[in-house]
Structure formats: structure tokens, C-alpha cells
Design a protein around this ligand. Sequence first.
Ligand code: FAD
Length: 284
Amino acid sequence: MYIREMFENKKVVMSAEVFPPKKNGMLEGVIRALKEIKSLDPDYVSITYGASGSGGQTTADVASVVIDAFDMTAVAHMTAVNMTKELLEERLAMLTRKGVKSILALRGDIVEGSKFYDFRHASELAAYISERYPDFELLGACYPEGHPEAKSLDADLDMIKLKTECGVSHLVSQLFFDNETFYDFMEKAEKKGIKATVSAGIMPITSVQQVERIVSMCGVQIPTAFAKICANYQGADLYNAGIDYAIGQIRDLIDHGVKGIHVYTMNKGDVARRIFDAFEGVRK
Ligand code: FAD
């Protein structure tokens, strides 16, 4: 089923994100996480694409496991970084063979060695795919606090609108810790005339190192209530408090009528279980 059909038919669409192994073939870790995630009955599972465009084969391999071994809907991430038209054609043929119908089209993280060839932005990747392969459903990223490189949130919203005009029908948000930021973003997106459905991206934080990494990579704001948790708890207490904070965020989002919840479970099956179990009744 396409993701857009899920939004037409379900009360809440709850998805999980995993990452493929760095090297081809070493799938044990992600398979262990997928076993646990399968038992939680997520609406779909998205699989990241290695930064610098190094992914592709491993993303497709994991997508294939999600579809064939676990009978779940897979969304394959794909990036414009290091992507030529020839390579994109190969990747799309591979995803078609593996049964993938939905792609999260991204610019990609810029790391050492990242280069741009035929595509500079997610919208260009989306336009190329939607014009030639309309059977692929396209998803895109959005940023409740604005993308760090954008001049302003308003300028970024113009680019998100462009992305939807290039074929993206569903947006998945960057993680955020203050729900007010997301509600404000949704209001502004609606005023811009952005019609795509949106999933709110929630990352359960379970260690201080994770918070530091996220702030430096994504530049997201840390609200006072969340900063207090990070300052006052350690070890298992922080792990539990981080999961409870994420559950509180999701509960509030659903109470505000948000239909899409994307959980950055990464490959932590236990964290996924705690979060999904808390909403079992709401989703049925
Ligand atoms: P774009 O939409 O291209 O936007 C990037 C910047 O350029 C923004 O500031 C935007 O305002 C501006 N812009 C956009 N279009 C234009 C245009 N036509 N002209 C001028 N300016 C423009 N990274 C990975 O490497 N692998 C992954 O698997 C991955 N998964 C992700 C999943 C989600 C849900 C999210 C939110 C992010 C993910 N990322 C991933 C990170 C993402 O690649 C980075 O955040 C990247 O910096 C931006 O990607 P984008 O698709 O939003 O880019």
C-alpha cells in the first residue's frame, strides 16, 4: 500500500526508521531490530541511505528484507549527493526488483568527499523520478525549525512547496523536542498552500552523547523541560526518562490531531517496543 493511502484510511499512521549496515552483507543487527519492529505492526518502515551517497545497495537489501521476510511496507531513502542519472536509473531498477514502491527523496548529508553531479536538491531528484517513473510514490523531508542552511523558515517553506510541486506527496519531519514548533510549522505550511500530508519525526533520546550528537548535526532547539531531564538523569534513569518524554510528545501530537508519527527508532528494537506499545490502543 502507498503511504498516501494509509493517510486516507487510518486514524494514526505510525512508522519506524532503521539504518542499513555500513558494509554489504552484515545484516544481522538490523534483522534483529526488524524482528522486534514487525511484532509492533508499524504502518511502514523507512531505511536510511548512507551519507555521502555510499548507501544504495545496502538500503535496497534491507528494504527487500522488510518486504519479503517481514511482509511490511518499506520506504527507501535516496540522496542527490554523489548521484548521477545513470546511477539513479540503476538504483530505481534495483528498488523495483525488490518491490519498493515508496522513496524518500533527499539532498543527503554533506560529509567529506560529497559531490554533486546531476542533482543538487531533493526537488530535482523528485522531479526526475516523478516524470519518468510515476508509479514510485515520493516522500520528502521538512524541518519544523527550518533547514539549518536556509535563510529563514519562510524561505525553506518555499523550497518545501517546490518539492511537493516536483512530485512529493508526503513529508517526514526532522526530529524536534518542542511540539509548539511543529504546530507553528504546520500552520505556516498550510498558509503557504503546502498540500502534502506530514509525519512528525520523534527521536527517543536515551543517552547524553545522543543529545550532543543531535544538537551538533541537526541544530534543533532543546526546550527547558528536556534540558532538565538531560541534566538530572543518567544511565538507565535517562534512558527511561527519554522514552517517557518521547511518549509524552507523541500523546500531545495525537491529541492535537496529528495523524502521522515517524519514530526514529533506528536499530533499537527495545526502544521501538516501549514507544509503539504505549499507543497500541490509539492505533487500532
Ligand atoms: P533539500 O530539500 O535539497 O534542502 C536543502 C537546503 O537547500 C534547504 O536549506 C532548502 O531550503 C534549500 N533548497 C531546497 N531546494 C532548493 C532549490 N531548488 N534551490 C535553492 N535552495 C534549495 N541524509 C542522508 O544522507 N541519508 C538519509 O537517509 C537521510 N534521511 C533523512 C530522513 C529525514 C526524515 C530527514 C528529515 C533527514 C534525512 N537526512 C538523511 C538528512 C538530509 O539529507 C539533510 O537534512 C540535508 O541537509 C537536507 O536534505 P533535504 O532533502 O531536506 O534537502
